[in-house]
Write a new protein. Sequence first.
Length: 501
Amino acid sequence: MLVVDDRQENLSSMRQLLRRPGLVILTAASGNEALGLMLEHDLALVLLDVQMPGMNGFEVAELMRRNERTRHVPIIFVTAIDKERRQVFSGYEAGAVDYLFKPVDPFIIRSKVAVFLEMKEAQLARERLVRELNRAYNRLQKLSDRKTDYLSAASHELRTPLTVIKEYCTLVHDGIVGEANDEQRHCMSVALRNCNRLATLVDDVLDLDAIEAGEVNCRPREVRLDGILNACRDDFLECCAARGQELRVERETQLPPVLADPALVTQILVNLLGNAHKFTPNGGVVTLRAGTSDGRVHLEVADTGPGIAPEDLRRVFDKFAQTGADAGGYTGNGLGLAISSRLATLLGGELQVESERGRGALFRFALPAYSAERHLAAFVADGTERLERVDASWTLVLLRTAEAGRVESRLGAVTDRVIRRNTDSITSLEIDGRQTVAVVLAADRDGAVSFLSRVEAEWERDGETAASVRYLVLDLPVDERSAFSLESAPPVFQSMGVMTG
Ligand code: ADP
């Protein structure tokens, strides 16, 4: 602690009075000297005489308040002035100020000082604890990363030998390398079933790994859900019927198209339906539902199975989480929901669950209704984010054409050679009623111009005139996006924050 008083005899008597083991008492005979010491030491408390020549105690405190390093140091003012003067210093941190009146009572001053010293000790202990927790957290994080790396490396290595084992088991099972008797065939089918289990686990681990590394190809576009819902129904009709389960599909008649990647939507629904089917007892009901509200399409999978206990609801989305629910003889690895919930997030939604023990489970997620603005915004955000991550400059190229589908597939060939690996950012959409192919190129403006001349050359080589394709280059350098010119851009861009931000 620091004692500030202009009279040496007061400083000495305070030293005597407050001395205790482990406490360092610094002294200063003026405000200036005190402020200097405060900057050098981490103080538990300042005992500050108010009446001093030059800078008085309140002025010292005012300067302490203005400095980040000293503003939280508690102060005990020692004053002969009457109590009204307290107001003078009302601006200081509440609770960090106390007063002692002269003549000072030794018992009172000792106990007040003791309170502040205990507070400081508690604060130091807290800081030590936080440091230790941080260190422990970092250590665990590193270990967890290493475990994940190890798991994914092992999974990769398992893939090839697993495929070979499966192939050879099949050869024996199917009698291709010589007639197999019933017992041998049975042995091989058990081996094959377990190979498939392992293969699913390996695929799931790698899937999750790819999602977490941001390497999943999510290509949202205009999707009509009817096709997906029908395909899911067809996939599960037979296996549900085999267990006497009713599979219901309930959908609104006029489902609007959504902005989504159909492969990922299918993957989520298949996983949810698979769970509903396997956890619902024979004779139960599995329902797949689709409906709109708030401009979004909500997809739900509900069942009449055992449900999930409240304490398990949160963790079903964790990796390898299993609640021990009866899976009717089916196996699982506890990764399906972890993958599905991450995929739902990639699609701009959130996978949610509602359930009570014994009353079935309901999983749902939502997809945004389709609009060209949303499509272009998502496409540009995704493509540019990937390029910015590797510090590459990028250019958005839009080609307006009557035959977007054909142009897109043709461009694929050119872009393969131009766009960096892993940035296959190309899509077609209708902007302002016109077919448009959008490409996020890993190139600056010059690169984009050269890309376009290669596109033209490709076209002409095929005997088509470049004039059949009109293009527009919007130059969006990473660090000066606002410099991009809107004059020639279609109106849709003007409403897009992502382009002008
Ligand atoms: P898996 O099904 O392979 O075990 P999931 O990640 O798909 O892994 O599911 C995790 C756990 O959540 C399951 O093991 C089960 O305990 C619980 N669960 C998932 N879906 C349902 C459901 N429809 N009804 C009851 N429990 C479920």
